[in-house]
Design a protein around this ligand. Structure first.
Ligand SMILES: *Cc1c(COP(=O)(O)O)cnc(C)c1O
Length: 228
């Protein structure tokens, strides 16, 4: 049992080292600014048992896309590792905002006025002012969440001024099956206009491109945990 546990930690460590080495190489190759890029390990669909070796290997920042699933997995893990930083990276319904504010440390998916207002209320109630990202529907896709490209800059300003949210960055998921680079570049441009310091962009298939375009954090799931 102890051996098996040691093995799974070694496997997790190898996966983390492989991804962080590629991140660092991409950062150097493209002459990105000197600050390190944050790795958000996307653990959705994986059990607490599958996540534990990654915690033991030193990873602390994780992403989940569903409130209910996070509620089932993370309180136990957090009891063991109080310094975990958990990001919500999936769409948030306003009726789950209270739970989300209690469970997560960063909300990456603020994408509409009503949600901004409810999050603001719930954060005040809980006495937790969480860093937020505004999600931008960078490809203008009907089926995808996110504020429209043309509204993004004004929406960031409203989130800050009207709702008092601590908007630290922009987040996007580019369209499938197209080169992601131009979409990442567009998000970076919007980020400069909106005066946010951070960009959450890039997943298993394209995180190096995202780093080239100025990502400050990448959200990597399957390349770390395996196929879902
Ligand atoms: C699932 C998911 C990821 C990770 O995707 P992989 O391709 O497995 O790396 C990143 N961001 C969001 C919003 C996701 O839902």
């Amino acid at each position: 049992m102890a051996d098996r546990q040691a093995d799974s930690v070694a496997v997790a460590k190898t996966a983390l080292d492989y991804i962080t080495t590629r991140m660092e190489k991409a950062r150097r190759r493209f002459g990105a600014p000197p600050q390190a890029v944050q790795l958000v390990a996307v653990s959705k669909t994986f059990s607490a048992d599958a996540i534990a070796p990654f915690l033991a290997a030193g990873q602390r920042v994780f992403g989940e896309n569903r409130v209910q699933e996070a509620k089932e997995k993370w309180p136990v893990l957090r009891a063991q590792y109080p310094d975990i930083e958990l990001h919500l990276i999936g769409p948030l319904q306003t009726n789950k905002a209270r739970e989300a504010v209690a469970l997560f440390d960063v909300i990456e998916t603020v994408d509409r006025e009503k949600l901004a207002a409810v999050l603001s209320e719930e954060m005040a109630r809980a006495g937790r002012r969480l860093p937020c990202f505004v999600q931008v529907n960078i490809g203008g896709e009907e089926q995808k969440a996110g504020i429209g490209v043309g509204e993004a800059v004004a929406f960031v300003a409203r989130c800050r001024q009207v709702h008092g949210l601590d908007v630290v960055g922009l987040m996007c998921i580019p369209p499938d099956g197209q080169p992601a680079g131009p979409y990442f570049a567009h998000l970076a441009q919007l980020g400069r206009q909106a005066q946010v310091a951070q960009l959450s962009m890039g997943m298993s298939g394209d995180f190096e491109t995202a780093i080239a375009m100025g990502a400050s954090s990448v959200r990597v799931g399957s390349a770390l945990f395996g196929k879902r």
